[in-house]
Design a protein around this ligand. Sequence first.
Ligand code: PGA
Length: 246
Amino acid sequence: MRKLIVGNWKMNGTLADLEAIGNIADVAEGMEAVDCGLCLPATLIGVAVAQFPILAIGGQDCHMNESGAHTGCVSAGMLKDVGATMTIVGHSERRADQGESNADVNGKARATRAAGLDVIICVGETEAERDAGKAEEVVLGQIEASVPGDLGTDGISVAYEPVWAIGTGRVPSSDDVRAMHAAIRSKLTAMLGDAASGVRILYGGSMNGGNADELLAIDNVDGGLIGGASLSAEKFAPILQAASTK
Ligand code: PGA
């Protein structure tokens, strides 16, 4: 399976950063063996799509409805309208900051697929849940409730992002990543059938140029969702490079 490396810019980036996006596009253009995407703030999607057609550009969230009285929200159709090809849903920062439930995430994933965009559905345990020995139970519960089991596997990826690893510089051991990704694969197979072997399971949480090689070599790690290390071509390039050799 080709690796998928997606940058998550979170609430970072203004028009002044188009140069950085252009530098990332230049790097991505030379990496034919890997799929590369950049999930940008909504304000930058249209202009980045227009300037850098080589890049797959995505959103970081969408509303579950197509349109209506939802001040401040953006629908999947609107993302598509300005040229996005994917969106993240259910990132732990949204689950925590906006109180999004698994049911909300499921609705957003459905809306994304209905609009014809690919979706990256995020799951992950907190540190307290891991310490309590509940990491797998929590993550598989999130998968069960957040992944629309009746939609098939087309255009669906899952990102396992331990909350305690996001932005902290800490990553789980390779054994823990291997075990969780295997458990997610089994769960997806139980829900979606054999086609689940084609669903890409990304790892996210402090992936960088120094650890990408090891993380991306783990069984069932089919790519990465990268926050801080996706903000410049300098930091993102070694991750893309590591993925292209797997
Ligand atoms: P990080 O963020 O790479 O900065 O840890 C990953 C994410 O939140 O998607």
